[in-house]
Design a binder for this molecule. Sequence first.
Ligand code: SAH
Length: 253
Amino acid sequence: MNDGLARMDAVRIVLVGTTHPGNIGATARAMKNMGLSRLCLVAPKEFPSEVATARASGAAELLDGARRYPDLGEALAGCRLVVATTARERYIEWPFLPPREAADRLLAEAASGPVALVFGREKHGLSNAELEHCQYVSAIPTSPEYSSLNLAAAVQVFAYEMRRQALAGNVDAVASAAANDPRWATAEQLQGLFEHLEQTLREIDFLRPDRSGQVMRKLVRLFSRARLAEEEIHILRGILTAVRKRPPRGKVD
Ligand code: SAH
């Protein structure tokens, strides 16, 4: 098998909070058509389901192999590149990749470990907290009059882009451009840093309870934009540990 196609096994398609089991089945079919195999379901409303199996048609085995997770963080364990998908413009402030570039990057980085592409709920997409697990956001350009694709149709577009890239055989050109990259932090290393940062900022009274959510979101965005390497996470956490070790200063009245 060509190297690009083999790499598709390292791409996790993660569906978050899917309401309609038919969409899970249609996603499995879209994935199998394009040669993707790793379906991850975060808190699906109804699964397993006969409706899903019927819609999957010849791809029912992907449903049997689907993994279920209680939350997005667990579904992303080990992933160094996570791309969220959205129909909504409010995410535009997040680092953005058009679908083709997102597919190219995912496939290139799949050479060195698992990567994930995340899809939101039919009604509300992804929450801000879920988006914060992702380094990039990608949106399929649509008519501004109606930007929201059916969930499985959106999966199909991204899956096709990955197959196109895998078949084009230029995966290695992108991969070699990425060869000098540092070892990027995994999703759980990033979450660990964010928790450590929040605790520390509370401890030193930098975060006020009333505005802490907003400030933390901005900090998470900053670090997501920077794309941290594993080594940088260690340095930052070392700093936070040193800050927390310092005895509190005496109160000055
Ligand atoms: N009304 C919801 C739409 C959700 S559609 C919202 O405002 O977000 C369900 C999911 O399909 C989305 O969360 C996203 O993962 C995917 N999707 C739908 N349209 C898309 C588009 N134009 N580009 C990328 N993903 C899209």
